[in-house]
Design a protein around this ligand. Sequence first.
Ligand code: C2E
Ligand code: MG
Ligand code: MG
Length: 548
Amino acid sequence: MINKKKTTSQKKATGKPQATKEKITSAAPATAKNLAKRETEVLADEEAVLGREEETSLREEVVDLREEVVDKREKVLRTHKKTSKARITLSKQLRDANEQLILATIHAQIMTEAAEQTVAIMTHMAEHDFLTGLPNRALLTDRLAQAIALAQRHGKKVALMYLDIDNFKHINDSLGHAIGDLLLQSVAQRLLGCVRLSDTVSRQGGDEFVVMLPEAEDVLDASYTAKKLITAVAKPHLVADHQLHVTLSIGISLYPDDGKDVETVFRNADIAMYQAKKSGRNNYKLFTPEMNVRAVARQSIEQALHRALKESEFVLHYQPKVNLESGAITGAEALIRWQRTAHRLVAPTQFVSIAEECGLIQSIGRWVLREACRQAQVWLQAGLDLEQIAVNVSPLEFHGKDFLAGIRKTLEDTGLDPHRLELELTESGMMQDMEQTMAILHALKELGVQIAVDDFGTGYSSLSYLHRFPIDTLKIDQSFVQDCDGEPIVSAVIAMGTSLKQRIVAEGIETKKQLAFLQSQHCAEGQGFYFSRPVAAEEFATMLAGRH
Ligand code: C2E
Ligand code: MG
Ligand code: MG
């Protein structure tokens, strides 16, 4: 474009006006006037031509410029088009990216919330009991540690109460675990209703709960709450159409009086609860240092029992059962003793319940059964006449795994005729899980084994069940035999047993008077110091040989 412009201005400076001047000089003969006029006209023409040329060149210039403008516009338009296209693409990309970013942010937010929720759920699960939703032992321990730290700073007390539902196993066994679980939930609600928000009610597992009062003023505070808990739980629980009655045993220990740390406070509350159970259940006991002495002794017995089993420190003594009319020995009851040291013979009352609690009773029971059957078979093979050998069976053995199989195997191994074996079971043991009891008793009867109810009259038993169970013998508890006021009960039991065609054995006959009364009531058999104390196997053999 710049080049074109230059060309136009060159034309103006060097072109046609010079050539026109030469033509005028050669036309001299024409008149001056005409010449002048002509010259003027020519000049005018030339000027007009020049003007036109200039105009043309200007027009050309304008056209050029327009073209240039059009070019530029086109270029601008093209660029603009390109730019706006790029802009559209870019903004679309930006929008997409933004959308993705928003989605990703929302996603991340959801993920974070889900992760936070999962963590919260897991923490809750780790710290709470699944069945009742109450804090578990771990959380309680944590809170107890905090409460102790605070109480220490402010010179206050913390009360810890160990709660155990009495005979809960009985409900679980007879009504099933589903009902048992519902009952536990109902108990948990009752407990929560008795305490303040700042207190903690926790479930330790099974039928055990712990209540912590972090701001207990004194022991009275704890006793007051314990009474409230016992009353609240004792009210009937309506569970799946069953009206259930349960009671609580509670042990209380205080910081700092009974323990300065979490572990001691816990242990002492447990020890106190154990004492509440021992003294009849449905009550509470405050921890005392003497309880600890007993608990330690119990612990050492537990350890020693393990050793006793391994080292064969147990022995059986035998007490005769006597026909009250003829005085003949009708059988023997095998009673366990523990030869703990060379001199000391420990009575079963000192260790059987501990063996039951620590789960050793099954192993001890298996040994007793085998030894009694073996001994009876030895006597029989030696020609001594023994109608029957009786063995005591703990409810835990009876309801335990493989009980029946163990009986069968022992009879097989020792070769004793099953009719000569009698198992003595307590009423309370029989009344647990009645369906199972019924099945086991019938299986035993099929085997030919005899069944006796021991300590009859002391436990809680359902007479209708006693009637339905295949029972051969009722052993009247010695407390009725020895107490003069017990005579009407003895008469009633003898009458009942006779009508149910059961054998009646009176336990604990110590005097001639007691014997006379029993004879007057037509009690067929008896057992007691009046005839003989339980004696070692050799002595019993001598007795057997002499009496027949
Ligand atoms: P039990 O089965 O009722 O046994 C009778 C208990 O009364 C025996 O006490 C016996 O020595 C005692 N006795 C017998 N006649 C008289 C008497 O005239 N007067 C007095 N005061 N007592 C008399 P023992 O041997 O100390 O046994 C106590 C309890 O320990 C037994 O009561 C039984 O429940 C349990 N037991 C004994 N041996 C075993 C066993 O091998 N296994 C299991 N699971 N328990 C056993
Ligand atoms: Mg017995
Ligand atoms: Mg007895």
